[in-house]
Every structure is written in structure tokens, then in C-alpha cells.
Write a protein that binds this ligand. Structure first.
Ligand SMILES: [Fe+2]
Length: 632
């Protein structure tokens, strides 16, 4: 008998998304930006909902419940109280934001029903039940329920949702119990975002850049941050000093006092990056790591849990995650791959299934047959499988649809069957080409994990600059991540637990380090270090000798695993660059058309759509590699 069919929705803040859970199992999930092509699209996730329902072949009216990931009245309370307590300073920005809140947030239930009824082509009273979860409950549920653990501690860290910005939970079976929380405006996410803004990057998307810059700097502002900007107690709880921030009263993140403290005004976006920004990045990263470690220790002491689950935007900080894992505080750590607000759609649907309907959670707990060659790293690297299905939860395209698309557009291609495809593509990558790899279901979450990916040879020392400047049109310092065969990961990286979602950095192992490269880097400053060949995988080894790894296993992604195996057979190297299939400022490609467009308008050499291989040299379509890219 089929259990409850539940649609989770996150929307109207940033990263709108939908997710479908049937009988306690995650069937589909997608983010609206992929369909609308608007980055971080916050609109009602109409196309994501349609895509999720299509994958299960059901209609809105077949659902038992639709769950929204946030409680609009709690959010409104927080906005109102914040502005009132800062009046009259905050009155201008309060008045500016009021009409939006009044129009959209306060009438959210009405708005949601209107959108859903239009989509379902039914009357509002014929819609399924509408439920609401709290924002951090959605994050916590997204971290715990799909995790491989029966029991785990849960830590959620984000910018701000309703009131909570940090929350701790204990998950046990289908129960998820809140333990404690830290409230707005004291927020680790906002602290990181404030430095992101100050260093000239965009809040809510430039945080990755700041994390990428951190290894080039020296944390010389660390003490100053801890003395003046944030007070951290021994248990990890913290308080921001609001004298330095502007987000409560104005529209900027930081104010004059912040500029005075950190040697001048904020960096102008796109202007040269100086040593100050590198050092600020290193400093705020160090402070963030310290706080996360302290909070995790408190949680470990309180719960005695052996496993930890993480979610919330700050949980995408893979450097901090890697250090937390290596601290040994917990035996294992599982991070929700869509840790930001998009993942709230998954969490709210799971919360409805296990908490509201009390469905059986054991269906998501399948034992894995351990691969005898890798006793410590089974399927997803944990002792059991998680239920995110490798995050391959979006739409896919059959070979028949691909052929129809290519024929319709008169696009030249070569068709290979599986017995030849992987060797062919491995050969192309090994010869220095950059390949768009489009296979199966689209990933959910900010990372491309081998289905909407750009692949290249990580052994090539010029590949980092080539990919950044000629393919992705972005800053040359942006690091790339290696995908590695799960069973070979430990030959290249010091990682005990596997990392299927690219959410942990790990030190590169000694046998691939170049001692000459390290000596050379010691003579250089800041971004000059970028050009040094540091290891046998220079394009994916950060200057701090770590890599943000994706371990690829046969079970969750057999095709990517086959490609890496073919590459290893050909070259003796079981890793390659895996970066998301998009250009700067654009969402990751979703459809065949998006993929072809990106291929033709960049210096990408090959595009592989299912079993169809397109070579750039043979293309007839006009190319425009000078197009304008929106800054990210
Ligand atoms: Fe959030």
C-alpha cells in the first residue's frame, strides 16, 4: 500500500525549490533557478513542482499534503521586532521592506493556495492539506531524516530564517527533538556574509569565493574579530557586536566602524584583490571554524551521540566540515547536500512524513553490502546508505529525446554505445580537452556531482586557469574539486570517510605532494602561489594542500564511475576535475538546450549528452564567446 504523498516547498526568500516524498522516501527534488535560469530564483517554484510531480506521474490533487518550509508569522515577528527596536534608525529600511512583507509574507497562505489551485486547475478547497514547518525544523529534518543514521546529533547553521540562526537537535528514529538555539541577530551566517560583502563579493553567493581565498591569506585579523566583532564563549555560543553591522537598520552588511577596524572601506567589486582581503578571508574562516568546533563539542558532550548531521548555509563550508571531521569529535558526519534553503523543501516534506503522519522511517535505512576491497568506505562512505540517492533527484533525458533534439537542430554528433563511450571520453580528457558531461538525473543542491558537470584532467597544471578564464569566465583563483573513484580515494587523499557530495576538504596524501612545489610556495605571497605545481593533481590541490573531494561509487553513479575507471585504466590516475556545468552568473544547466548553449558559447572542446558525443570543431552553429556574463 502506498503511504503519504507529500510535496515540500521552499520559496519567497532565496533558492526556491520543491521536493516529493512518497511513503517516507525521497522521489524527486529540484531548484527553481535551474528551470527559470534566474540564479537563486525566489519565485513560487512552479516548474520545480511540475518536474517533481511528473517524475512520479501524479497530480497536485493526488497529494496528501503540501508543506511550506517556514512559518511566515514567526518571520514577520522577527522583522517587526528588529525594526521596532532599532527605530527610528531603522525606520527607512523598515518602510521600504514593509509593503513586500505585507503583500507577500503575511498573505502567504492565501498566495500559496492561489498559485497551487492555478497549477492544479482546481478550486482552492479541493487542494490537499497545507502544512507549515519552522525554518530550522526544516533544516534539521533535511539533515537527519535522509542521513544514514538511526540516531544522531544535528546542528543547523545559517544566516537567518525566523528567529533561530543556529540550532541543535537530537534525532532518534522518527523523533527530532530541539535542544537549544541562538537567535537573530547573532548569526554565524551573517558574520561570514558581512565579510563576503566587505571583501567585494555578493552576499548569498560570494561566500564560496571568500572560502576559496582564505588559504592565500594569513589570519592576522582573527584576534581583532574575536576581541571586537564577536564574543565567543567556551561552549561555542556567540554574540555579534552590533556596533559594527548595518543589517538590522540599513541595507548594507557593515558600517563605518567596521571599515575603521579593518583598515579602510569595503573592496569595490571586481577591483584587484589585495593582501587585506586574503587576510580577512583567512581570519573569518578561522573564527568560523573555531566556533563550529566549539558548538560541535558542546553538542557531543550533551548528547553523547557518535554521529553528527549538518544543514543550513554555513554547512556548505567544506573546509570547516573537513576540520570538524578530522577533529574526531564524532565518528561520522553527514551533511545535507542542499544545505541551504533549497534543502528546506526536502526537510519540510520529511518532517511531515515522519513527525506529522508518523510514517515508518525504517524504509530509508537500507544496509549496504560492503565492498570487500574498501571495508571502511562502502556505498556512500558511511556504515549505511543515506536516502538522497546521490542527490540525483532532478529531471533526465533519454537517448531518444537527445537524438530528437540533435536532429531537430541539425547538430553533428557521433553515437557510441556504452562499450566504447567511456574509453573514448577518457581519451579525450587525457589529451587535455575540456568536456561537458550531461547524464541522467540532474543534481539537487549547489554541486554538480557528475551528471551536469564539466570534466578535465587534474594532472594538467594549466587547467585551473584555463577552466576559470576560458570556460567559466570567472576569477583565476577559484579552486576546482576532484572527483575520485571511491575505492581509490585513500591513495590520493587523507580521508577516512567518503565524501559523495563534495562537502569535505581533505589533505592530499603524501605520495602525491610535490616537496619542490611547497618550497617554492614558501617564497611567494598571496595569489602568486596559484601558479605553483604543488602536487600530482595541481589543478585541484588548494594552496593549503587540501582538496574538496567527491568520492564516486559504483552504486549511486555507475556511469561516472565507469568513466573514472576508464580514465584510470588509460592514465593510472583515478581522479579528474569535476566542476559544475555553467558559466559565471548562471545556474547549472538543466535541459539539453542549456547544455548545448553553454558548450557552444564557451571554449569547451566536447559535449557528451547521454551516449552522443559532440565535438566543438565539427559544430556549425555560430559561437559567441564574448557574451556578457552577469557578475556573481
Ligand atoms: Fe535557512
Amino acid at each position: 500500500m502506498i503511504g503519504k504523498q507529500i510535496l515540500g516547498i521552499s520559496a519567497f526568500y532565496h533558492d526556491s525549490a520543491a521536493a516529493l516524498v512518497q511513503s517516507g522516501e525521497l522521489i524527486a527534488a529540484a531548484q527553481e533557478e535551474r528551470f527559470s535560469r534566474i540564479r537563486h530564483d525566489a519565485a513560487f517554484p512552479e516548474q520545480s513542482i511540475i518536474s517533481c510531480l511528473n517524475q512520479a506521474d501524479i497530480k497536485i490533487t493526488d497529494l496528501d499534503a503540501i508543506v511550506f518550509y517556514d512559518k511566515p508569522f514567526l518571520t514577520f515577528d522577527r522583522i517587526l521586532e528588529t525594526y521596532l527596536s532599532y527605530a527610528p534608525l531603522g525606520i527607512r529600511s523598515f518602510l521600504r521592506s514593509m509593503p513586500i512583507w505585507l503583500k507577500e509574507k503575511l498573505t502567504l497562505k492565501i498566495l500559496l493556495k492561489k498559485h497551487l489551485a492555478r497549477l492544479a486547475k482546481c478550486k482552492e478547497k479541493q487542494l490537499p492539506k497545507l502544512l507549515f514547518t519552522e525554518h530550522h525544523q526544516s533544516h534539521a529534518a533535511s539533515a537527519f531524516y535522509p542521513s544514514p543514521y538511526e540516531k544522531a546529533a544535528v546542528l543547523c547553521l545559517d544566516g537567518v530564517g525566523e528567529w533561530a540562526t543556529t540550532s541543535a537537535w537530537m534525532g532518534d528514529g522518527k523523533a527530532l527533538t530541539p535542544l537549544w538555539q541562538i537567535n537573530f541577530p547573532h548569526s554565524l551566517g551573517l558574520l561570514y556574509s558581512a565579510f563576503t560583502y566587505f571583501c567585494g563579493f555578493r552576499v548569498n553567493s560570494g561566500e564560496y569565493k571568500l572560502m576559496g581565498l582564505a588559504p592565500y591569506g594569513i589570519p592576522r585579523y582573527r584576534k581583532l574579530i574575536l576581541d571586537k566583532v564577536i564574543t565567543v564563549k567556551a561552549d561555542g555560543s556567540f554574540q555579534l557586536n552590533l556596533d559594527y553591522f548595518d543589517f538590522c537598520v540599513g541595507s548594507k552588511m557593515t558600517n563605518e566602524s567596521f571599515s575603521l577596524l579593518f583598515d579602510g572601506p569595503p573592496r569595490v567589486p571586481e577591483s584587484p584583490i589585495t593582501q587585506r582581503e586574503l587576510d580577512l578571508a583567512a581570519s573569518v574562516q578561522a573564527v568560523t571554524e573555531e566556533i563550529i568546533l566549539k558548538l560541535a563539542k558542546t553538542l557531543r558532550d550533551e548528547t553523547q551521540a557518535r554521529n553528527l548531521c549538518l544543514a543550513g548555509g554555513v554547512a556548505l563550508n567544506c573546509t570547516a566540515n573537513g576540520k570538524l571531521l578530522r577533529s574526531g569529535l564524532f565518528d561520522e558526519i553527514w551533511v545535507q547536500p542542499a544545505a541551504g534553503d533549497a534543502g528546506g523543501a526536502v526537510g519540510s516534506a520529511f518532517a511531515a512524513s515522519f513527525q506529522y503522519y508518523q510514517e515508518d522511517r525504517s524504509t530509508t535505512q537500507t544496509n549496504v553490502t560492503t565492498d570487500s576491497s574498501t571495508p571502511s568506505l562502502n556505498g556512500n562512505g558511511n556504515t549505511k546508505d543515506d536516502s538522497m540517492q546521490g542527490a540525483y533527484l532532478g529531471p533526465d533525458f533519454s537517448n531518444r529525446e537527445i537524438q530528437a533534439f540533435l536532429d531537430d537542430k541539425n547538430i553533428p554528433y557521433t553515437l557510441y554505445d556504452d562499450s566504447l563511450l567511456f574509453d573514448e571520453v577518457a581519451g579525450v580528457i587525457a589529451s587535455g580537452n575540456v568536456v561537458g558531461w550531461f547524464q541522467g538525473r540532474m543534481e539537487f543542491g549547489p554541486r554538480a556531482l557528475g551528471n551536469r558537470s564539466i570534466l578535465a584532467d587534474a594532472r594538467n597544471s594549466e587547467m585551473q586557469s584555463k577552466l576559470n578564464l576560458k570556460i567559466k569566465f570567472r576569477e583565476s583563483f577559484r579552486p576546482f574539486a576532484p572527483a575520485v573513484l571511491s575505492e581509490k580515494a585513500q591513495e590520493y587523499f587523507e580521508q577516512q570517510q567518503s565524501s559523495p557530495y563534495m562537502l569535505f576538504t581533505a589533505p592530499v596524501s603524501e605520495n602525491i605532494i610535490s616537496p619542490e612545489g611547497i618550497a617554492e610556495m614558501e617564497q611567494l605571497d598571496g595569489l602568486e602561489k596559484l601558479s605553483v605545481t604543488r602536487s600530482r593533481l595541481p589543478a585541484t590541490t588548494h594552496v593549503d594542500m587540501t582538496a574538496r573531494i567527491q568520492t564516486v561509487n559504483k552504486k549511486t553513479n555507475p556511469r561516472f564511475h565507469q568513466l573514472l575507471t576508464a580514465f584510470n585504466n588509460l592514465t593510472g590516475c583515478a581522479a579528474m576535475i569535476n566542476t559544475s556545468f555553467n558559466v559565471r552568473g548562471e545556474p547549472i544547466v538543466c535541459s539539453l538546450n542549456d547544455a548545448f548553449d553553454c558548450f557552444i558559447n564557451t571554449h569547451m572542446d566536447y559535449l557528451v549528452l547521454g551516449n552522443y558525443v559532440l565535438e566543438k570543431k565539427k559544430q556549425l552553429a555560430p559561437q559567441n564567446t564574448e557574451r556578457y556574463f552577469e557578475l556573481d
